[in-house]
Design a protein around this ligand. Sequence first.
Ligand code: NCD
Length: 316
Amino acid sequence: MMDTRRHLRGIGDLDRAALERLLDLTDHMAEVGRRANPKVPALRGRTMCNLFFEDSTRTRMSFDTAAKRLSADTMTLAVGSSSVNKGESLRDTVETLGAMGVDAFVVRHRSSGVPWRIAEWTEASVINAGDGWHQHPTQALLDLYTIRSERARRLGEDAGFEGLRVGVIGDIRHSRVARSLTEALGLLGAVVVHIGPRTLMPPTPLARSTDDLDGELEDLDVVYLLRMQNERMDAALIPSGEEYTRRFALDPQRAGRLGEHVLVMHPGPMNRGVEITVDPTTLPGAVVTTQVTNGIAARMAVLFDLLGGVETEVSA
Ligand code: NCD
């Protein structure tokens, strides 16, 4: 039970009720984002510190924008992945920044488990922005929110997640996105199938898996494509890029077989010509840029949930 409200290190920090509460809060934050002035004073006086030890464009900018829309102060430590790789120096960094009055650390690191370590060294909240192959909980949250809101918009009702069929396609084994998303969808009652080469499936299955995309395609409500990482090709985990594309890419022919209400998603960055060979802007179900937009609202919800509710005003 300890810590489950103070941090968001993985989907394991949430139960179904907490997840649903965050989705509702995301809805509220999305409404704030649509205002002419999309800024509220909710987290005035609070400080969020970005600790990104791995490259990122969208996740870091998204957290930054989310904090600013809530009027929090932001600090960013720009670290190359090589400069901090000893537990001791990471601890020093966290303690030093903590002493400057940080309320939340947003952490991305190539090693699994780093957000849990950091949580032991600081009084601040820790939010995981991606640790190794392990977890990326705010990506899962923005994806769930996108599924929920886009289906409600397209189908005219909030159909919920119970029984929803989601195919996650690609390199499941090395994907923190797939891991967090699969866990989160499971909490809400959705049915996930992992589709990809057998060499890219996790050693311990997280869901039913298959290498037959064409056999699954027509049963899916959501097609979730993962980024195929070039280093996997070098490691001979797949026969070749062309072979991968032939068997697992969303191409025009496969896209044509998708039902009218099927959503097509990708966490970005997209490898056009590898996992997707059709222009997503031509697909009515593609919501890739909506995912990016919703990422801000989802991160606002997380920051508000962890840091809000404390009186920060001092009387004049
Ligand atoms: C993902 C990541 O870094 O884990 N990207 C992201 O956060 N938008 C997925 C990826 O890099 O493939």
